[in-house]
Design a protein. Structure first.
Length: 362
């Protein structure tokens, strides 16, 4: 077995910086890795499509770029553990990387639709899954990385699943999955496999470690790794992410200076629940949720049902210490953030109110 990596790159930007731009620049987004970055060559790299298809095909990067219509989608890509720190500190301890609110990016991705590529091979089953794999480099808990989504989601053009060759109109960087990765809008980032080298149409879900033994909302009675062993193989993996929002300005634990009218300026992002976008409303409270004020949703070029919404508000607040501001988002399907979301051992999919706490208002 190849030697498994000890310290893959995992980092997130300051959320104050993140909410300054609708599209996240290539160097400004979060990094989530279970492996080291492989050094691949687009001229020699191949993606094999096999499984339940009429004719297995091996694609070059030129094939993917020139033999299919190129489709662009602006969407948020979010780690399932985004906001895990809040679950850990506001509810109780969890197991996982201590993400704050910045494990998300909003980008324009371009490449062929997965549905077009699958049609080229001729899918032979009506119900099943499409698995994505990267065998280029070993991971911390497996010798390869893989994930899957439902065949129905993969075959629907309106779900905008693509094999991305570009991010923000430029070739992918190594850290973003060069030369090709999967983009699965609305779905947890763990399914958006980087450095893609195999696509398999199959009856069952992917059996990779990170699909079976991670990224799952385990029952609340599962409080440690030993108890989790009884549930990993029966609890479904996270797919669609929940409606969410976070506050980027002001910074929690910092100082906010009131405007001349006695208000504090608040800015943040909001995310729709899975395929239920776009975000239609964000509300903000500066008095512990006793009353809410609707924020202004910023109009940004390229918005889609999958993209985040940047927002801002000016809310009245009295001077003082240990103040708190909360936000809650609602999407087109009526999904609204709860005050707190249900605790789970891995700390995934936290979507309680966005918050800025321990704030000094002057």
């Amino acid at each position: 077995m190849p030697e498994l990596p000890d310290n893959p790159l995992n980092r997130e930007p300051e959320i104050q910086q993140l909410v300054q731009s609708f599209l996240t620049a290539k160097d400004d987004g979060y990094d989530r890795n279970h492996c080291l970055h492989p050094q691949l060559n687009a001229d020699t790299h191949r993606v094999t499509l096999d499984g339940a298809v009429d004719k297995p095909i091996e694609f070059t990067m030129d094939n993917l770029r020139n033999d299919f219509e190129q489709h662009s989608v602006v969407c948020a890509l979010q780690c399932a553990g985004n906001r895990r720190h809040t679950m850990r500190t506001k509810i109780k301890e969890v197991s996982g990387v201590d993400w704050f609110d910045g494990a998300v990016m909003n980008c324009k991705w371009t490449g062929p639709r997965l549905s077009d590529v699958l049609h080229r091979a001729g899918v032979t089953i009506d119900d099943g899954h499409v698995a994505f794999s990267c065998y280029a480099t070993p991971c911390q808990d497996d010798t390869w990385y893989g994930s899957s989504i439902s065949l129905d989601r993969a075959m629907r053009k309106d779900m905008d699943v693509i094999l991305a060759l570009e991010m923000n109109d430029e070739p992918l960087t190594v850290g973003r999955g060069y030369p090709v990765r999967v983009i699965t809008p609305g779905i947890a980032g763990a399914r958006a496999v980087k450095w893609l080298d195999r696509i398999t149409v199959q009856k069952e879900e992917c059996k990779n470690h990170y699909m079976v033994y991670d990224y799952k909302i385990l029952p609340e009675e599962v409080t440690d790794a030993e108890k989790a062993k009884d549930y990993w193989e029966v609890v479904p993996p996270v797919q669609d992410m929940p409606v969410n929002s976070a506050i980027g300005v002001p910074k929690g634990g910092g100082t906010a200076k009131r405007n001349a009218d006695g208000t504090v300026t608040v800015k943040g992002y909001a995310l729709p629940g899975g395929a239920d976008g776009p975000v239609t409303k964000v509300e903000v409270s500066g008095n512990d949720g006793r009353s809410w004020q609707e924020a202004k949703l910023l109009d940004c070029e390229g918005e889609t049902k999958w993209s985040w919404k940047l927002w801002e508000a000016r809310i009245p607040m009295e001077p003082g210490f240990d103040k708190a501001i909360y936000s809650k988002a609602t999407d087109a399907a009526g999904n609204t953030q709860p005050a707190k979301s249900r605790w789970n051992f891995r700390g995934v999919c936290y979507n309680g109110y966005g918050d800025c706490t321990e704030l000094t208002v002057t």
